[in-house]
Each structure stands twice: as structure tokens, then as C-alpha cells.
Design a protein around this ligand. Structure first.
Ligand code: NDP
Length: 496
């Protein structure tokens, strides 16, 4: 790929032009209140499409369609095998449209096209196939009651019901598919609410779902703003579960909203994940890992390793290597195949991230590299490294959600002290350890309060549960736990 990708070359004819309405009950319908939201290319600030601004009444329509599909028609009678087949078909169809979806994601969110292809679309395809496997493997257990007499006792897993799926803007297709695939594998019906900054691939996914012939109402898509559509879903008395990915602040709001009918609630929230690099690590592996874990997706990743603790004997060498790599990183529009780092999602996010850097510098941090906006068009920012931060600074405690790394030295292998430093935020999403001493890695992993501990550059995988300790969330997605999170457990005890 040597030239920039363009809409004309890649996109299916209707992907951008068709008015983006709401997908409710198997049909594309206009919102009750005729209003739209612009989709903006963060690489240049230009509007690329418009889609519907749904509201509470539209959510109500979608919930009713999802309830009907859950309780009547072909879906509740469908075997796990048939549900698996639908998910596989969707995976195949998505794969066949890989270029188009990747370009749409890149234009809407800014990420480099190669990443959109491999991670966003490729990952969504694999996730659909993985979850399809679970549709035929959701079982209960049998028990031997201790009461006198003869009994047959067993548990059954049933779909939790109508699910509201609310996602953030950093991996729009991947997150929508991750939640939807597990929910459908479990036999639920869903109302999807993509983020207002990144709704296009979810809407296009709805078109594939329509073409494939999913039963009407099994998947509904209502676009719009969080306080309107998202809140209405969380408040709705006929929604059984909310699965949310987003900020901790919104997650807390949802806890309150879901109390109304005691909805089940899974929340995947923010993070301030630590990376601990020991002197005995493979230096190249550690440099690559620390670098990728903070600058990947322009730092807009919940699992970003935004606090690096590096053993003092290799600290200067590590800072110099990271700075050199940061300065060499090619920042540019995602459609340019040479770009390695895209823009931030919006002007608001750019302002937020540069504001954090300023606050750190004012508080006494030292700028190793970066720190500023790049150019005047689009929302680009230099990859940034801050040294000499301390634990009281906002840059050390709060999630920045941008390409900003705080780096700190430590002296000896006092694992208790290291764990205290690593655990010293309100979050507990991921942690990264680099060492050749696996015994040390195991011992530190035990002490760290994080939902996922990644050693020597390991990635995230659909087979492995993902979620947070502390204020990084409730519940787990991915793996068996992700699918079972969309079920209720029923016990049946029969006196024989
Ligand atoms: P927000 O919490 O602002 O938004 C996330 C989603 O919630 C969006 O769809 C948003 O709608 C919606 N929303 C906003 N307000 C409400 C409300 N009152 N009720 C219901 N829904 C609402 O997060 P950001 O968009 O800022 O996303 C970034 C955050 O997501 C970061 O903190 C990041 O850590 C977290 N995240 C966590 C992940 C994880 O797995 N733990 C993965 C990825 C991101 P809209 O935007 O349309 O207004």
C-alpha cells in the first residue's frame, strides 16, 4: 500500500451516502424527533456523514422490539447451533467487507488503516467466531442434595433477557461486536448504542445483519447522545441487563440508573495501568512493550500502560530508547499507509490531553519528549513522556486517555513496595511486568490488584477474561465468563 486510501476506491456505494437511520425491529426507521449528529474525521475536522440523534422514545421502540424478539417468533426457539451459524455467517460477511469496514473506522476514529484492518475488523471477525462456539456449549450442572429423600437437582443457564449495550469510541466495531456476540451466543436480544463520535461501523454492521436475515428485533441499533439514548436504556424498566464500556464517571451514573429495576450490570471502565520493568528483562522486549502499551491507538485505550516503573540500573537507557522511538513515530492521518499514530478522537479530547500535560509540568514534572499539539488541522498530538512525576500529581493518578507516559525509577526488587506503587490509584484494569525471572513475575502478579496481568509483552485475547478490579469495573467480558455474564442461573430441585 503506497498511497492514501480513499472512499471512492474502497467503500461500498451506500456506506457513506445512505441516510443513517435507526435499526429497530429489523427495519431502518427515522427517529421520532428528526435530528442528526455529524460524523467527523478527526484527521481534518471535516464532516463525513450524518446519522440520527435518537431519543428516549426511540429507545422505548427498540426495547419493545427486542422484548418481542426474545419472547416470540423464531429466536427463542432457535438452537444454539442455529445461533452459532448466524454468528459465523456474520463473521464471514464482515471479513468479505474487511477493507470497507477498516476504512470507515479509520475515517471515523482516526486510527492507522493497517490497525483498523488487523485489530478492529480482524479482531471482530475472530471474536464472532469464538463466541459462535459458545452458543452450543452453555450448560448447567447436576447436584446431589443432602436432604433426606430422593432428588434430582440441576442448574440451567438461561438468556438474561433484553440487553442494552453501550460502548465507548476507541474501538467502536470491536467493542460493539464483543458485547453483541456474547449476548447473542447466550440467546439474548440487544439494543446497541454506539458512541456519538464513532457510530458508522456499527450502523454498517446493522446492514450486514439485515442482509443475513437475523430475526427482526434480535439486534437493534439506536444512535445518539449518552445522556439521552444511553441514559434511557439504563433507566428503562424492561431492559434486563446493561453492558457498558466507558468512563468511570459514567459507569457510576449507570449503577444508580440500573437500581430502578435492579438490572444486571457489567461495567468496563477506565484504567491507569502500571508497567514494572526489571533490569533482568529482555531490554528490547521491554522497550517495545512499554512503548506499544501507551502509544497504541494514540493512547486511547483503557488498558494503556500509562505509568512505567523502571529499575534504576536501566532507567536512563530505557528513557532514552523510548524517547528516540517516540520522536521517530510517524504521526499522520490513518488513511496514509505510512502513518503509525493517528489523531485523537476530537478537539475536546486534544484539549483534555494537552491540559493534563500542562498540569503535570506546572506541578514539577519534567518533559522528556513531546507535549504539544501537532499541526493546526485535525487533532494530532506528539507522543509524550513525562519524568519526575510524583504520586500526588493528576497525571499520575487520573486516566488521561491519550499518548502520555509517566516514567519513574525504582531501586531494588522489594516486591511489596513495587506492588504498593503499582496499586496506588483508584483503578485496577491491567498491569504489565517485564522480567526473565518467572518466579518474580508470579509473585508480583499475585500482589497486583488488576483484572489482567500481562507478562513480557502478552496481548489481550478473546479467550481470556477481561475486566477490572477497584474502580475499573464490575464483571468480566471475553472468555467463558463473558458469555455467562449474559445468562441467569436457574436451579431446579425435584423430589422424586
Ligand atoms: P463515556 O463514559 O463518556 O462514554 C461511553 C459511552 O457511554 C458512550 O456511548 C456515551 O455516549 C455513553 N454515555 C455517556 N453518558 C451516558 C449516560 N448518562 N448514560 C448512559 N450512557 C452514557 O466514555 P468516553 O467516551 O469518554 O470513553 C472513554 C472511556 O472509556 C475511558 O475512560 C476508557 O478508559 C473507557 N474504556 C474502557 C474500556 C474497558 O474495557 N475497561 C475499553 C475502552 C474504553 P456518547 O459518547 O454518545 O455521548
Amino acid at each position: 500500500m503506497s498511497e492514501a486510501w480513499t472512499l471512492e476506491k474502497t467503500l461500498s456505494p451506500h456506506a457513506m451516502d445512505r441516510p443513517k437511520t435507526l435499526f429497530i425491529g429489523g427495519e431502518w426507521v427515522a427517529p421520532i424527533r428528526p435530528d442528526t449528529i455529524p460524523a467527523v474525521d478527526p484527521a481534518n475536522g471535516q464532516e463525513i456523514a450524518r446519522f440520527s440523534r435518537g431519543g428516549a422514545q426511540d429507545v422505548d421502540r427498540a426495547v419493545r422490539a427486542a422484548r418481542l424478539a426474545l419472547e416470540a417468533g423464531s429466536w427463542p426457539k432457535m438452537s444454539g447451533q442455529a445461533r452459532a451459524k448466524l454468528l459465523w455467517t456474520l463473521a464471514d460477511r464482515l471479513e468479505a467487507h474487511r477493507d470497507e469496514f477498516a476504512l470507515l473506522e479509520t475515517l471515523d476514529v482516526g486510527k492507522p488503516i493497517g490497525m483498523s484492518m488487523a485489530v478492529d475488523v480482524g479482531g471482530a471477525v475472530e471474536k464472532l467466531r469464538y463466541s459462535a462456539g459458545w452458543a452450543t456449549k452453555i450448560f448447567g450442572k447436576t447436584f446431589s442434595p443432602t436432604l433426606p429423600g430422593e432428588y434430582h437437582a440441576f442448574t440451567a443457564r438461561e438468556p438474561v433477557g433484553v440487553c442494552g449495550l453501550i460502548v465507548a469510541w476507541n474501538f467502536p466495531l470491536g467493542m460493539a461486536v464483543a458485547k453483541m456476540a456474547d449476548a447473542l451466543a447466550a440467546g439474548c436480544t440487544v439494543v446497541l448504542k454506539p458512541a456519538e463520535q464513532s457510530s458508522l461501523t456499527t450502523l454498517r454492521l446493522g446492514e450486514l445483519i439485515e442482509e443475513i436475515g437475523f430475526p427482526a428485533g434480535v439486534v437493534n441499533i439506536v444512535t445518539g447522545y449518552g445522556p439521552e439514548v444511553g441514559q434511557a436504556l439504563a433507566d428503562h424498566p424492561d431492559v434486563d441487563k446493561i453492558s457498558f464500556t466507558g468512563s468511570t464517571a459514567t459507569g457510576k451514573r449507570l449503577v444508580a440508573a440500573c437500581a430502578g429495576n435492579l438490572k444486571r450490570l457489567t461495567v468496563e471502565l477506565g484504567g491507569k495501568s502500571p508497567a514494572v520493568v526489571f533490569a533482568d528483562s529482555d531490554f528490547e522486549v521491554a522497550v517495545q512493550g512499554v512503548f506499544r502499551n501507551i502509544f497504541y491507538n494514540t493512547g486511547q485505550i483503557c488498558a494503556a500502560g500509562s505509568r512505567a516503573f523502571v529499575q534504576r540500573t536501566i532507567y536512563d537507557k530505557m528513557v532514552a530508547a523510548l524517547a528516540e522511538k517516540a520522536q521517530a513515530l510517524r504521526v499522520g492521518p490513518g488513511v496514509e499507509p505510512s502513518s503509525e499514530l493517528g489523531p485523537l478522537i476530537s478537539d475536546k479530547q486534544l484539549e483534555r490531553v494537552t491540559g493534563y500535560v500542562e498540569s503535570g509540568l506546572e506541578a514539577g514534572a519534567k518533559l522528556v519528549t513531546g507535549g504539544a499539539r501537532l499541526g493546526s488541522q485535525g487533532y494530532f498530538m506528539e507522543p509524550t513522556i513525562l519524568a519526575d512525576t510524583d504520586r500526588t500529581m493528576r497525571v499520575r493518578q487520573e486516566e488521561i486517555f491519550g499518548p502520555v507516559l509517566c516514567i519513574m525509577p525504582f531501586d531494588d526488587d522489594d516486591l511489596d513496595q513495587l506492588a504498593r506503587s503499582a496499586n496506588d490509584t483508584d483503578y485496577g484494569l491491567n498491569a504489565f511486568i517485564y522480567t526473565r525471572d518467572l518466579s518474580k513475575a508470579h509473585r508480583l502478579a499475585r500482589k497486583i490488584k488488576a483484572g489482567v496481568v500481562r507478562v513480557n509483552g502478552a496481548g489481550i485475547d478473546p479467550t481470556v477474561p477481561f475486566g477490572g478490579y477497584k474502580q475499573s469495573g464490575w464483571g468480566r467480558e471475553q472468555g467463558e465468563e463473558g458469555v455467562l455474564g449474559f445468562t441467569e442461573l436457574k436451579s431446579v430441585v425435584m423430589a422424586l
